[in-house]
Design a protein around this ligand. Structure first.
Ligand code: GTP
Length: 236
């Protein structure tokens, strides 16, 4: 097996299905089942989920009434809502899960303690990291990269609706080409859309590979991670 411990990052919008807002329970359960296939293959899994299906800090702040800092804290709270929802769906699939939050919300979940997170992973529990990094001005991609480095993940999986990284926007350009592999420097130079520069720079500093793949192809995650089969892009 290639990967023993992974951090899976996906956006909050992924949970919203076609509506683009809130949580579609069918999608939630689909993703939980995909995560379960990783656990069934003894891969240790940490998860970071965005919050954009509920609120985006940057957009909330656009009207000038809500300050960016407050918008970002609102977004962090949104990620905790998604984390709790995913915990429920994973437990429904028979997976042990612990949610750890970067902001203390002790009535709802544990607080983030990295040594405890690692212990949970070692015991076969999925750990969902909520509330981003706990700081405004950082994206959940950066939070995911930070947590991946902290827990010693072998790879960060950026699970998306597209197959990987393209040389241009595949929705706009019919001749967009997917890249199987690119360096951190190429990803930074081209400001690839799938992950922000802060997250890529942190991954680069820590030699953490970023695997970009489509989570909505059933079985794709486990095929990539266990059998090294399937379509994805690797930033390394
Ligand atoms: P072990 O120590 O390995 O047995 O792990 P554990 O997580 O099962 O033990 P613990 O007794 O710490 O936790 C039992 C349950 O309480 C788990 O579902 C935890 O997620 C939850 N829990 C632990 N600490 C907190 C907390 O500060 N707040 C909330 N809301 N739940 C907590």
């Amino acid at each position: 097996m290639k990967y023993k411990r992974v951090l899976v990052k996906f956006s909050g919008e992924a949970l919203s299905g076609d509506s683009g807002f809130g949580i579609d329970v069918n999608v939630l359960q689909y993703i939980a089942n995909e995560i379960k296939t990783l656990r069934d293959n003894d891969i240790e899994v940490g998860i970071v989920i965005g919050g954009g299906n509920i609120i985006r800090g940057v957009s909330a702040a656009q009207g000038g009434i809500i300050r960016r800092t407050s918008g970002d804290y609102m977004g962090m709270l949104a990620t905790v809502i998604n984390a709790v929802a995913m915990q429920e769906a994973l437990e429904h699939s028979g997976i042990d899960v612990r949610v750890q939050s970067a902001l203390e919300i002790k009535e709802i979940c544990e607080s983030y303690i990295y040594r405890r997170a690692i212990r949970h992973l070692e015991k076969g529990r999925v750990v969902i990291f909520g509330a981003g990094t706990g700081n405004p001005f950082f994206t959940t991609d950066s939070a995911a990269t930070l947590r991946a480095v902290e827990i010693g993940a072998d790879v960060i999986i950026k699970a998306t609706k597209v197959d990987g990284v393209y040389d241009k926007d595949p929705h706009k350009f019919a001749d967009a080409k997917m890249l199987d592999s690119l360096s951190y420097d190429e990803a930074l130079r081209d400001h690839i859309k799938v992950m922000d520069d802060t997250a890529i720079a942190l991954a680069k500093d820590n030699k953490l590979p970023i695997l970009v793949c489509n989570m909505f192809k059933k079985g794709n995650l486990v095929n990539l991670l266990k059998y090294n089969e399937g379509v994805c892009s690797i930033v390394h």
